[in-house]
Design a protein around this ligand. Structure first.
Ligand SMILES: [Zn+2]
Ligand SMILES: [Zn+2]
Length: 320
């Protein structure tokens, strides 16, 4: 049904999925940089296209709605919500009664800003496995959110500046939404705010948010910054601050020291290990190919009775 050679390409077709190489036609699951690049022709959801236009120069894209199948080279393609970031899709490909599902990046359960994941069944599943090791089990989401809010409240009460470092697209806007819904006022880095404008365009409302300017007073505001700003002079110059790093990787021992912050909490927009297993169970495929994560995850799936292998070899993949 597909051929894999660094990129996933459908058999007898020019259509690729999240291709790393330039492609004639490519379905793009979502706008994180490891999934996008310029192609001759792109199919993606409307928010993904808007994000791509902010990140790439040349975007020739056709907007695809969720649950609105379209035809391409004899295939039927359907985008389904993936619960990862706004506009993120799983891509379902059907031909001759065979169903291939490409998960893209996904998360089961609730998100403040992404469309909830929709489960589909399939014969062949290509799934991401970023957190594909049993040590990656996140605490309940409500517990993490409560800890972020308590930390921000305590920091402000002590007259210090709370600074949250996180990923520019997706996680930043989610924590903006969570904090503003909890009554906090925010000051936001321009790279995050310009993407938040796209969230607003698609119906997300953020509350009391201002653009962060070095000269402006930060009294009683939480500062939201890109992870890459952690060791910049701009941050160093802020006296009396407390810093928090927000990422699934915060679950690793020593994360605070590694990321050079006072606190690290694992709010993730990916499925954790139990979430990955639960996803495989619900999708109920005959065969699984794993990607974007530890090759060892396929071994865990095999131990649970699945036919699974990492998507690494340069071969044609068929069900039979
Ligand atoms: Zn992603
Ligand atoms: Zn990714």
């Amino acid at each position: 049904m597909f051929i894999y050679d660094k990129s996933i390409r459908l058999l007898d077709s020019t259509l690729t999925l999240d291709a790393r190489n330039y492609s004639e036609a490519c379905c793009i699951s979502h706008a994180h940089t490891d999934h996008i690049r310029s192609h001759r022709r792109v199919f993606a959801t409307a928010p993904t296209i808007e994000f791509m236009k902010r990140r790439l120069r040349n975007v020739q894209a056709t907007a695809v709605n969720f649950n609105a199948p379209f035809g391409f080279d004899g295939y039927r393609i359907t985008f389904l919500p993936a619960g990862h970031i706004l506009g993120a899709a799983q891509i379902l490909v059907e031909r001759d009664g065979q169903r291939l599902l490409y998960s893209g990046d996904f998360k089961l359960g609730e998100s403040a800003t992404a469309e909830a994941l929709q489960v589909a069944t399939c014969d062949l599943l290509i799934m991401e496995c970023t957190f594909g090791h049993p040590r990656y089990q996140f605490p309940p989401r409500q517990e993490i959110i409560a800890r972020v809010c308590d930390w921000a409240q305590a920091t402000l009460r002590h007259g210090a500046v709370p600074i949250i470092f996180t990923y520019v697209l997706g996680k930043s806007q989610e924590i903006m939404k969570i904090l503003s819904d909890n009554g906090f006022a925010l000051s936001v880095h321009h790279s995050i705010l310009r993407l938040a404008k796209i969230y607003e365009k698609f119906g997300c409302q953020f509350g009391d948010v201002v653009l962060h300017r070095r000269s402006a007073p930060m009294e009683n505001r939480i500062l939201i910054m890109p992870s890459s700003a952690r060791r910049t002079r701009q941050i160093e110059k802020i006296a009396n601050k407390r810093t928090l790093y927000l990422s699934g990787w915060a679950i690793d021992a020593g994360a605070k020291f590694r990321f050079g912050v006072d606190e690290a909490l694992p709010l993730s927009d990916h499925a954790d290990y139990p979430g990955l297993i639960e996803y495989a169970r619900r999708v109920n495929p005959q065969k699984i190919f794993t990607t974007h994560g530890p090759a060892d995850f396929a071994r865990h799936l095999r131990a649970l009775g699945y036919q699974a292998e990492p998507l690494i070899s340069k071969v044609q993949k068929e069900l039979f």
